[in-house]
Design a protein around this ligand. Structure first.
Ligand code: ADP
Ligand code: MG
Length: 627
């Protein structure tokens, strides 16, 4: 658009005017570039993004990022990609100079990250730039030194294959912009965000990131050959091992669009947004609309006000999108946005369903429905069925969902052997059972650890400790929220003396601890008199409970960064829970399971361990060669 302005003003300048002096002048390149830079380079992180994207476009498989002073004094990107010839190196700094598109139609087939040809010109206009670059087939590379768009030096140089660009003193010539930069931690956060996005979208490339003398990330190229495997490795390298168990792979494809990636299991959802990554053809985008698609798929599975982790890649023929919406390119237009929405939602639902995170859906259960759908393919029939089942189950309360799972089905095609067997065991166990209707479904406690229960499509194995932690966690969270905790008064109050630091910590959290149902008062130096504990907690003494709570809280504090209330709630749930190895009465098991499936998020313990596993009848069938 600036170009057009330039042509017009050239025409005007040709007209001689003696009486009315002409006032319109062409801006020098350096100023034009500075203006363009205002759009492209807002802060160090934008330069990081542009330089790294260029390295990716140059097919590098190793990219190193070095920043000093949160990028304010230095941003360096070193790649081993294609490199540039002498002339190209010079050209790359011109505005609207790009090797990535040649004609207007190319805009509709873009596969590269860049295409505007503005980034290097913009960066060079507002910084001191030094570039060394060499193509594989050249012996010598080129060194270019540029300052505020002025080329100070270009000469041959011996260097590695690829490109090495240093951007120094960003905005050195625009003090107003420089003064507007935020503190180093804030600018660094932005750089890290850009780094995360590019590293997630390019698992086959090894990346490193050094800030000052500190190596922030050193990410090897992912080894796994499967897409989600590689993505998983990258996520773990970026965000830590704890992510390993929380990922559910995700994939859904139609003729129009393909969605793949991973979603975090609901239990790991965070209280803050920010770990949601959406890419279109490997380009990070923001889209409230598509985020909504993901959130609806999670509906009913997430604790209130929490946000799931996800990394989703949308692949679509570039002719269906317009990336040319904004220079920083995090917005995108699809020609059929609703189709993308539907596929994203289906992909996430499928991932949650397949991992038993959502109420399990059994396709075999109603064979008639699938054949009834007649000439549609089985796959799409399943899809329709899936959608319907899911929809209807999501609309009901959580409890109903789970009840559905427990309906005993004796007459179906494949449940015969197991149900006969379990009926026998049940009748053995439930001899004096006052209420066989509701209790006959529990089969046994296994090794004093697991509760076995017959359910509609197989055998459910519940981990008693994880399950109880979940139940208590949700109960305590409610108690705190609604101040509804009941207290069991002690007949004989106990005193406990704490180390000074712990005592101070307890005093700081006094309100919250009392909110959980504890009653205590200060009783001398660093000493408390405990005269009440949360009601209905069996299996633990008051002293163990209180001390355990503080220990666990401190442990959580050093391992995880949780908000105070969540930490306390989790700590108490852990300490007060039924432990593995504990023998349970039938009623206790029954009560535990009932409470578990009244939970908002029954599938996982507060730490994210699964609470149960379902052994499907189909699996047993195949084991016994009955399929
Ligand atoms: P764009 O990426 O939109 O084409 P840029 O200003 O970012 O615009 O880069 C201009 C051109 O310089 C690119 O089209 C590419 O040909 C070349 N280039 C930039 N960085 C690199 C690099 N790291 N390796 C090889 N070529 C590069
Ligand atoms: Mg570029």
């Amino acid at each position: 658009m600036l170009n057009r302005g330039i042509f017009v003003s050239l025409e005007i300048r040709k007209i001689p005017s003696f009486f009315m002096p002409d006032i319109i002048q062409l801006l020098p390149d350096s100023i034009a570039n500075q203006i363009a830079a205002g759009e492209v380079v807002q802060r160090p992180a934008s330069a990081v993004k542009e330089l790294m994207e260029n390295a990716i476009d140059a097919n590098a498989n190793s990219i190193r990022l070095i920043v000093k002073d949160a990028g304010k004094s230095l941003i360096q990107v070193i790649d081993n990609g294609s490199g540039m010839s002498e002339t190209d190196a010079r050209m790359s700094l011109e505005r609207h100079a790009t090797s990535k598109i040649r004609k207007a139609e190319d805009l509709f087939t873009i596969r590269t990250m860049g295409f505007r040809g503005e980034a290097l010109a913009s960066i060079a206009a507002v910084a001191q730039l030094e570039m060394k670059t060499r193509k594989a087939d050249q012996e010598l590379g080129t060194l270019l030194v540029v300052e505020g768009s002025d080329v100070k030096k270009q000469e041959p140089v011996a260097c590695e294959k690829g490109t090495n660009i240093c951007v120094k003193n960003l905005f050195y010539n625009i003090p107003a912009r420089r003064n507007f930069l935020k503190s180093n931690p804030v600018e660094l956060r932005h750089i890290i965000d850009e780094f995360h996005r590019l590293a997630l979208a390019n698992t086959e490339i090894s990346f490193s990131f050094t800030q000052g003398d500190e190596v922030v990330y050193d990410l090897p190229a992912a080894k796994s050959t499967s897409f989600t495997g590689a993505l998983g490795q990258r996520i773990v390298n970026l965000f830590g091992k704890t992510y390993q168990e929380q990922l559910a792979p995700c994939q859904e494809e139609t003729d129009y669009v393909k969605v793949s990636g991973v979603v975090g299991k609901p239990e790991f959802a965070r209280k803050t947004r920010g770990e949601q990554f959406l890419f279109v053809n490997k380009r990070f985008i923001r889209s409230n609309y598509l985020n909504h698609a993901v959130m609806t798929a999670f509906e009913g599975l997430l604790p209130e006000n929490s946000f799931p982790f996800y990394v989703l890649f949308i692949e679509i023929d570039p002719k269906h999108i317009d990336v040319n919406v904004h220079p920083t390119k995090t917005e995108i237009k699809f020609d059929d946005e609703r189709a993308v929405y539907a596929v994203v939602r289906a992909a996430v639902r499928q991932a949650l369903g397949a991992h038993n995170l959502a109420p399990s859906i059994d396709f075999h259960e109603d064979i008639n429905l699938i054949t009834k759908l007649g000439n549609t393919s089985t796959e799409s029939a399943k899809q329709v069925y899936f959608e319907e089942r899911f929809q209807s189950s999501l609309n009901k309360s959580n409890q109903q969902n789970w009840e559905k799972l427990f309906e005993t089905e004796l007459g179906t095609k494949f449940s015969q052997p197991v149900s006969q067997q379990s009926i026998k065991i049940e009748s053995d166990l439930s001899g004096s059972n006052p209420n066989p209707e509701t209790e006959e479904k529990i089969i046994a406690q296994l090794h004093n650890r697991y509760i076995l229960r017959q359910i509609k499509n197989g055998l459910m194995i519940v981990d008693q400790q994880s399950a109880h932690e979940r139940v208590l966690f949700e109960k305590f969270a409610e108690d705190l929220k609604y101040r509804s905790a009941a207290t069991q008064q002690s007949l004989f109050p106990k005193t406990i003396t704490f180390p000074a630091a712990d005592f101070a910590l307890i005093m700081e959290m006094e309100q919250e601890i009392k909110g959980l149902g504890f009653r205590f008062e200060v009783f001398g130096k660093n000493t408390l008199l405990i005269n009440g504990v949360p009601a209905n907690l069996k299996h633990v003494t008051e002293k163990d409970l209180f001390e355990g709570l503080i220990d666990q809280f401190k442990h959580n504090q050093s391992e995880l960064s949780l908000p105070l209330q969540e930490n306390l709630t989790r700590a108490l749930a852990k300490r007060a829970s039924i432990k593995n190895g504990q023998k349970l009465e039938r009623e206790e098991m029954q009560e535990l399971l009932n409470s578990l499936f009244l939970c908002k998020t029954p599938n996982y313990s507060p730490e994210g361990k699964p609470t149960f596993y379902i052994f499907e009848v189909g699996k047993l069938e195949s084991y016994f060669n009955r399929l």
